[in-house]
Design a binder for this molecule. Structure first.
Ligand code: SAM
Length: 237
């Protein structure tokens, strides 16, 4: 009953309030670089409470600057969660960008997002941009095909791999999607540092295996910047 009332009445109201707040923040924080602050400053209600990136702020700010310089038109994100990084990619991308973000409902390492947030996430798009949200398992063969179809065989400029953090999971995402990224493009992996707190997070094992085989860079937050998790970049040649 309470759930029905929420979806019937309040969810729509909270969504409209959320979109209005985003547009106000975007007016105040107008430049591309200032827009980095928007998902951290945003405060909403109910299911639209937060879009804060699940990231170390120094690491993700550095990545955001790199992606702004890349100015990508085709972006793939695995791991949408609260939409924080998705928002940042819309700001760094060109005005005609196609952005696909995949997240498994009930997925581990963050837990996806409720269906009512779909139109809210789509409202992140600037005029002319397209956002496609796939609420699916990134490892599924059908998902891989669908992602390729949405890009219409155009090569990917930037891929952010931040979904299944197990060794097998991150490796599968790299093998399934890494080859879509064009020379000159960037593949980024989240959580490349080992953590004793969450033993299932094994991205570091995969990163250690591959980092010397490519042109890579590590973004690691300084002490005092909160929990450092590390972002690993491959500059595709
Ligand atoms: C750390 S969160 C992503 C955070 C987000 N990129 C941000 O910083 O704003 C990881 C997300 O990956 C999703 N996930 C886990 N396994 C997945 C899979 N096999 N396919 C797609 N998404 C998956 C989870 O549901 C979770 O929402």
């Amino acid at each position: 009953m309470i759930k029905q009332l929420y979806y019937g009445v309040l969810a729509g109201l909270h969504q409209r309030q959320g979109i209005r707040q985003l547009r106000l923040l975007e007016k105040k924080l107008y430049s591309m670089h200032a827009r980095f602050a928007v998902p951290f400053a945003y405060r909403g209600n109910g299911f639209f409470k937060s879009i804060e990136p699940r990231q170390n702020s120094v690491e993700i700010e550095e990545l955001y600057k790199i992606i702004c310089d890349l100015s990508p038109s085709i972006i793939l994100e695995i791991g949408t969660a609260r939409g924080g990084t998705l928002y940042l990619w819309t700001q760094a991308a060109t005005v005609d960008a196609v952005i696909v973000s995949v997240d498994l409902p009930g997925g581990e390492f963050g837990g996806a997002y409720p269906l009512c947030r779909v139109p809210f996430y789509k409202s992140f798009a600037k005029q002319g941009q397209q956002i496609h949200l796939l609420r699916k398992d990134s490892h599924d063969v059908q998902t891989i095909k669908e992602v390729g179809g949405l890009f219409g065989n155009r090569p990917v400029d930037f891929a952010f791999i931040d979904g299944d953090h197990t060794y097998e999971g991150v490796k599968a995402d790299f093998l399934n999607y890494g080859n879509l990224v064009r020379p000159g493009g960037i593949i980024a992996f989240h959580d490349i540092l080992p953590t004793s707190e969450f033993p299932d997070i094994q991205v570091f094992r995969f990163w250690q295996e591959i980092k010397d085989k490519f042109n890579t860079k590590e973004l690691i937050g300084p002490g005092g910047s909160g929990k450092k998790v590390g972002i690993g970049l491959i500059f595709v040649v």
